[in-house]
Design a protein around this ligand. Structure first.
Ligand code: HEC
Ligand code: HEC
Length: 368
């Protein structure tokens, strides 16, 4: 064999090697997911972790629905039939950028905190709750969750990543860490909307979308709260300043939570959701909920913390005419924001333009 053919053989072997590396690795690994993210993803989708089985994080946070409820329900049903959460399943995508709850002295407002009412401060702390919430995954204790984790196909992988341990508490904390790692991954925070492409000069807004953006900033006042400044960590717009407001949304008579029996719902139809104020035990904050991101908003219907609005058209109309058309009374009247919404004087066409703009916030746009 002369040296030339030898070289060709080596090149050939390298090529086969490379081909194998690419084609034999799972698709997600190729897309750049690391082992911890992949583990977190498996836990996120694992329907054996509830009591009874059948409920995973992904049922209430499905990728195809912008990481909100798989069935677009007003509120989601837990593992036990007939038990519904009190609030609409919010997206968990982009939640990685919500800061821990704090009071901004200058703006005189609370900022951050996860859930609609800001009651937890990190993705790890958050992830511990659904497992043992009787209205969600329904486990009796963290120990029961860990028993199920020990039986899962991915358990050896978990031990490989975090190390061998007999401690139940340690295993539970690894589960939370893996889930939070997945929730911080590119897959859950892709920033691939038309809006992002537009910022990068790779998408041209239609005439209507452009008008919608202008109205979003100016006449509609949307950007007062769903801000258009880039988040420092994300380097992208999140369409929220993470502050709190009471929009005056009425109680939703169709909320299935109202039919949940005691001890889970002791007030039946009279249940009042006081949001941030209930958590802080501060009446000045009663009825306020966190400004959510508007990314993937088209996919996450219904809208508002209690799913009162079935469509984007309905909620945009509400912002426009709350104070001039007949709506049922707000769930909690005292703290309603009367400055930035309620009578915006938008025409039908302008409302439609804002909705068209909201359609540009859906991930998965591939520029040419
Ligand atoms: C039965 C439905 C259900 C299941 C199961 C569920 N969630 Fe949720 N999730 C919700 C609801 C409802 C909220 C809002 C609750 C509130 O504000 O009180 C929420 C809120 C969240 C948030 C807060 C997002 C933000 O912006 O503040 C995150 C993160 C989250 N869930 C992740 C998870 C993870 C991880 C799991 C699995 C361990 C999970 N969820 C299981 C319904 C569910
Ligand atoms: C004063 C602050 C403020 C302004 C101005 C504002 N929003 Fe909101 N937005 C919020 C808050 C707070 C919520 C959550 C309220 C709740 O559920 O109780 C919300 C919720 C929403 C939702 C539902 C999100 C979901 O996940 O269910 C949409 C859609 C929305 N806003 C769009 C708009 C548009 C469009 C405008 C302009 C016409 C606008 N907002 C103006 C604060 C604001």
């Amino acid at each position: 064999m002369n040296s030339c053919t030898k070289r060709e053989m080596i090149v050939g072997l390298i090529c086969i090697g490379l081909y194998c590396m690419i084609s034999c690795t799972p698709k997600e690994k190729r897309a750049g997911m690391n082992d911890k993210e992949l583990l977190g993803k498996q836990i996120f989708f694992d329907e054996t972790l509830s009591e009874p089985m059948g409920e995973s994080c992904a049922i209430c946070h499905t990728p195809e629905k912008g990481f909100a409820d798989k069935y677009s329900r007003i509120t989601s049903e837990g593992a036990v039939k007939g038990r519904f959460s009190n609030r609409n399943s919010m997206t968990c995508s982009y939640a990685a950028y919500v800061p821990a709850l704090y009071y901004d002295e200058e703006e005189e407002t609370f900022v951050g905190g996860l859930f609609w009412d800001g009651r937890v401060n990190s993705l790890e702390e958050q992830a511990a709750q659904p497992f043992v919430n009787p209205l969600e995954m329904g486990n009796e204790s963290n120990e029961r969750v860990v028993e199920k984790i020990r039986k899962a196909a991915y358990y050896p992988e978990l031990i490989k990543i975090y190390g061998e341990t007999t401690s139940t508490d340690s295993i539970f904390s690894y589960v939370l860490d893996a889930l939070a790692t997945y929730e911080r991954s590119v897959e859950v925070n892709p920033f691939t909307s038309k809006y992002d492409a537009w910022e990068d000069g790779k998408y041209k807004f239609t005439k209507q979308e452009k008008e919608g953006l202008k109205l979003f900033k100016e006449k509609g006042l949307c950007a007062e709260c769903h801000i258009l400044e880039k988040d420092e960590r994300a380097g992208r717009v999140l369409f929220t300043d993470h502050t709190y407001d009471n929009l005056g949304i009425p109680s939703n008579p169709e909320n299935p939570y109202f039919n949940v029996q005691p001890p889970y719902n002791t007030c039946g139809r009279d249940t009042m959701d006081m949001g941030l104020g209930a958590f802080l035990q501060d009446s000045a904050e009663y009825g306020k909920f966190r400004v959510p991101t508007l990314r993937n908003i088209v996919l996450t219907a219904p809208y508002g913390h209690n799913g009162y609005f079935k469509t984007l058209e309905e909620i945009v109309h509400f912002y426009n005419v709350r104070d001039v058309e007949d709506y049922p009374a707000p769930e909690y009247a005292e703290t309603v924001n009367k400055d930035e919404l309620g009578n915006l004087k938008l025409s039908e066409q302008e409302e439609a333009a804002i909705v068209a703009f909201l359609h540009t916030l859906t991930d998965g746009y591939l520029p040419d």
